[in-house]
Ligand binder design. Structure first.
Ligand SMILES: Nc1ncnc2c1ncn2[C@@H]1O[C@H](COP(=O)(O)OP(=O)(O)OP(=O)(O)O)[C@@H](O)[C@H]1O
Ligand SMILES: [Mg+2]
Length: 313
């Protein structure tokens, strides 16, 4: 995790760090400037329990992870989790324990898991029957996938019982994370995707996940900095040919004085989607509206012009 922050910090914010310099006398300053509208969310260990199979028992002869092999203890196929994607993640050794449920959103629940190298986040998408993919056609226009990726996805979605359409939607979020992360857009580092589960860097730590900007009250100065950073991320994405498609303070996290962009399955590539200009305008509008609640009042038209002028080529 530390490594990742380094690389982002080096390529920081289109060189705007001078304006946004918070580095002096930061001890406790964030505390001073902001407080939460609501207490931190971590809710529902109950839900975590529900993820486990009712029958799973960690007996030495069960064949579950950690079981001792012996003549009298034949491995018996047994699963720890009802959810097949989570089970696959567990079988592949990605995590030891589910620490807590972080937040439940429209289409997924995010959990914090304990892995070999510390805590990480898993976005576990809900059963696709709970949502309609028709609404996504705007974002899916022109999406292409290589044969190799398609075959792999088809096999794994079949194995894990995930409809191909949903598997594609989730994989798209993972690929977007990969590309944006590699290009130093401030997004969580992607780890792996399996079926309905997308594992990524946890923004925050095991005690406290990063809050969404929408959940904070910030001083005017800090709010203005957060807005500037958000616009910078938007411009960075645009210069990579991407439009987020849901760019609001609900999908922007604030951690150690930095904005992180999350929630990317609907991201579009401007070369492939004719609706990109109107989606970009909508993103700018949404950003301005959601920051107005934080006390930052900006004219969306002016911001859009700034975004255009930041676009290279
Ligand atoms: N990598 C992460 N690190 C820390 N918190 C995260 C991370 N990813 C997601 N979250 C938290 O989980 C919440 C839900 O994630 P996300 O927005 O990706 O899912 P969603 O189902 O689309 O949610 P919504 O319907 O609220 O938009 C986020 O609002 C954020 O609080
Ligand atoms: Mg979201």
């Amino acid at each position: 995790m530390a490594k990742r922050k380094e690389s982002h910090d080096q390529n920081n914010d289109l060189g705007n760090d001078q304006n946004n310099d918070l580095s002096n006398d930061q001890s406790g300053s964030e505390e001073k400037f902001m407080d939460r509208k609501r207490p931190p969310k971590p809710q529902g260990r109950r839900s975590v329990e529900q993820l486990k199979t009712k029958t799973a028992k960690a007996t030495p002869s069960s064949g579950a992870k950690g079981a001792t092999k012996g003549a009298s203890s034949k491995p018996v196929a047994q699963t720890d989790f009802e959810d097949r994607s989570l089970e696959a993640l567990s079988q592949a050794g990605y995590f030891n324990e589910i620490l807590f449920e972080l937040r439940s959103g429209k289409e997924a629940t995010v959990y914090v898991l304990e892995g070999r190298d510390g805590p990480f986040a898993v976005k576990l998408y809900a059963d696709s029957r709970a949502r309609s993919f028709q609404d996504d056609s705007l974002y899916k226009e022109g999406r292409e996938i290589t044969d190799h990726r398609f075959q792999k996805l088809r096999e794994s979605s079949k194995k894990l019982g995930v409809p191909l359409e949903q598997a594609l939607w989730i994989a798209e979020e993972f690929w977007q994370l990969e590309e944006l992360y590699a290009a130093s857009v401030r997004v969580p580092r992607p780890i792996v995707h399996m079926g309905r589960a997308l594992a990524m860097e946890l923004i925050g730590d095991a005690e406290e996940a990063a809050p969404r900007l929408a959940d904070l009250r910030l001083s005017p100065e800090i709010a203005a900095i957060a807005f500037e950073q958000s616009v910078e991320q938007l411009i960075l994405m645009l210069n990579l040919g991407r439009v987020h498609g849901d760019f609001s303070a609900f999908n922007l996290l604030w951690w150690q004085e930095k904005v992180y962009v999350i929630d990317l399955p609907q991201v579009i590539r401007i070369s492939q989607n004719s609706a990109w200009k109107s989606l970009l305008e909508r993103d700018v509008q949404t950003l301005c509206t959601s920051f107005a609640r934080l006390g930052v009042r900006k004219n969306p038209q002016e911001i859009l012009e700034r975004v255009w002028s930041g676009k290279k080529g």
